[in-house]
Design a protein around this ligand. Structure first.
Ligand code: FAD
Length: 420
């Protein structure tokens, strides 16, 4: 990440934590840290609502129960709840096979398995909170172009309209997405494995009747599909296609696209009508070889960029946020004004805490894609059986439901509804 030597560099105020990337995960961390009396900096290259903003776009996100609790602990949920559609049951099936399974909130003893809400709506809540927060210096638009070691600090180079600002930071948090350039600048390698699949997203209405609280996950020969309640009269869909076939699906007119959805889901979710414009996302698995480096932590998609089959990406990233905020808060509690969020001990605690959850979610998500994937035709009969067996197996669904709800493993204070 080279900086232009012709551009003037000025020194910025030192900060305790500097966050590179103010998308879903980076902005969530900034909100979490805002109450800790630390000097926090955040640079975001593309402002909320700006053209091409890659995080707060037209997608909807299925929030796990743990994410809902974290957002509640951050004081954001009461504003989001009126627009969030609860998922109380998930119907999982495979096209052309007999087995299916239903995960049910009532059976899990929870009011909802998760909630569906627009990414842009979450963005508005996060950035609303950040604009009102004290102690958070916002550099927007501001593109982090490089980082240099500087003793007890890292020097973060932020490109702004007026030139480059060099901000000394005790801890740099890398939250610039799956194709992170900063991760590489820190010398952390990433494994990138394309799935050969493209997700096509949007929303669709019904000719009659209302959308309930039932979500559908359906595995088809061309990839997994999801249909999520997104309000009283619309579903959000994620349709996966082989990347070679995606342009043909994207070229379909509304009637043709509704035909594709109807053929995939049958009539179990109703008769579809009035689809929104469709948007495509090529899918790949990106895993960072390490999530910590001296005075730096990598979180969210920059650490683990997942297939959306199980709706886990932001949920996992938000658990990164809650864990990192907690180890930083504990350090502040222990050391007061002498706290150092970039100290090896703090970073080490974070890495130890997050390793297991991240590995499990990557393995679970990737395993789902492979087991039901387009490249595993011989598994067919076995998969039908496993879905059936899954329905009959006591405990199995509870385990999957707990993972899906983000309630497996060590829980952060924020996910337990407690303050930092
Ligand atoms: C089709 C689809 C459906 C999904 N559905 C779900 C779901 O239901 N549930 C779920 O939990 N997850 C879901 N996800 C995953 C979720 O969208 C991501 O996990 C989440 O957006 C990751 O957020 P992030 O902030 O880590 O990265 P990003 O969203 O990529 O944000 C990175 C931010 O960093 C900024 N940036 C980049 N470089 C720089 C720089 N050098 N300087 C400053 N700023 C920079 C970018 O402008 C951007 O705002 C889905 C993903 C896809 C593709």
């Amino acid at each position: 990440m080279a900086t232009d030597p012709a551009v003037a560099t000025t020194d910025g105020e030192p900060c305790d934590v500097f966050i590179a990337g103010g998308g879903m995960v980076g902005a969530s961390l900034a909100v979490a840290l805002a109450g800790l009396h630390l000097r926090v900096g955040l640079a975001e290259a593309v402002p909320l609502g700006g053209p091409g903003q890659p995080s707060f776009d037209r997608r909807t996100v299925a929030l796990s129960r743990s994410s809902q609790r974290i957002l509640d602990s951050l004081g954001l949920w009461s504003g989001l709840e009126p627009e969030a559609a609860p998922i109380r049951r998930i119907h999982v099936s495979e096209q052309g096979r007999f087995g299916s399974t239903v995960i049910d909130a009532a059976r899990e003893g929870v009011p909802a398995l998760g909630y569906v809400i627009g990414n842009a709506r979450i963005g508005a809540a996060l950035w609303g909170a950040l604009n009102a927060a004290r102690g958070v210096a916002l550099h927007v638009p501001g593109e982090v172009q490089g980082v240099e070691p500087a003793g007890e600090y890292l020097r973060v180079l932020v490109r702004r309209d007026a030139g480059v600002l060099a901000v000394p930071a005790r801890l740099l948090v890398v939250a610039d997405g799956a194709r992170s350039r900063l991760r590489a600048a820190l010398g952390i390698e990433a494994r990138v494995r394309p799935y050969g699949q493209t997700a096509i997203i949007g929303t669709v209405g019904l000719t009659r009747g209302r959308v309930g609280d039932l979500a559908f996950e359906r595995f088809t020969p061309s990839g997994p599909l999801a249909l999520l309640p997104a309000g009283a009269d619309r579903y959000a869909f994620v349709v996966t296609r082989r990347t070679d076939d995606a342009p043909a699906t994207l070229a379909l007119d509304d009637a043709g696209f509704v035909g594709v959805l109807q053929a995939a889901f049958g009539n179990r979710a109703g008769r579809f009508a009035a689809p929104s414009p469709r948007v495509a996302y090529p899918l790949e698995l990106v895993t960072a070889a390490a999530v910590t480096a001296p005075r730096a932590v990598v979180i969210g998609n920059a650490a683990n960029g997942l297939h959306p089959v199980a709706g886990q990406g932001y949920n996992l990233g938000l658990r990164d946020v809650a864990a990192l905020a907690e180890v930083i808060a504990d350090d502040v509690r222990r050391h007061g004004a002498g706290a150092d969020p970039g100290a090896d001990a703090v970073i080490g605690q974070y890495g130890d805490w997050r390793r297991r959850d991240q590995r499990n979610v990557v393995a679970f998500t990737d395993g789902l894609v492979r087991a039901f994937g387009v490249d595993a035709p011989l598994l067919g009969p076995l998969r039908g059986l496993s879905l059936l067996a899954f329905d009959l197996l006591p405990g199995a669904k509870g385990l999957l439901a707990r993972e899906t709800m983000g309630l497996g493993g060590r829980m952060s204070r924020l996910a337990r509804g407690l303050p930092l």
